[in-house]
Design a protein around this ligand. Structure first.
Ligand code: SF4
Ligand code: SF4
Length: 92
C-alpha cells in the first residue's frame, strides 16, 4: 500500500498535469487542500487515489512495485523543489 506522509506537495502542484485542471483555479493549488490535508479525503477523485489508480489505469503497464517506486520518486522531487523554493525565499 502506498504510504503518504501528508506533506501536501502533490496537491499544491496540480498545474503539472492537465488531468487535475478541474481541481484548481490555475494556481496549481487544489481548492480542497486545507493546510496540508485534503478536506474531501474520503470522497476525493480516483485520480487522487494512488493505489486505486494503479488498478484502474496502470496494472497492465507496470508492476505495482515499479509503480510505487515512481510515485515515491515523484514525491521526493516535489519535496526537494519545495525546499529549494523555501531556501530561495529565506536566503535569496
Ligand atoms: S507529495 Fe507524496 S507524500 Fe506528499 S502528500 Fe503527495 S503523495 Fe503524499
Ligand atoms: S482532492 Fe484532495 S487529494 Fe486530490 S488534489 Fe485536492 S486536496 Fe489533494
Amino acid at each position: 500500500m502506498f504510504k503518504c506522509d501528508k506533506c501536501g506537495e502533490c496537491c499544491r502542484n496540480l498545474y503539472r498535469s492537465s488531468i487535475y485542471d478541474q481541481l484548481h483555479n490555475g494556481d496549481g493549488i487544489c481548492r480542497y487542500l486545507k493546510g496540508n490535508i485534503c478536506s474531501i479525503y474520503e470522497s476525493r477523485p480516483l485520480i487522487c487515489r494512488v493505489d486505486e489508480s494503479y488498478h484502474a489505469f496502470f496494472q497492465d503497464k507496470l508492476t505495482y512495485e515499479d509503480y510505487l517506486q515512481l510515485n515515491y520518486e515523484c514525491c521526493g522531487i516535489l519535496k526537494s523543489k519545495r525546499e529549494e523554493t523555501l531556501c530561495q525565499y529565506h536566503y535569496g
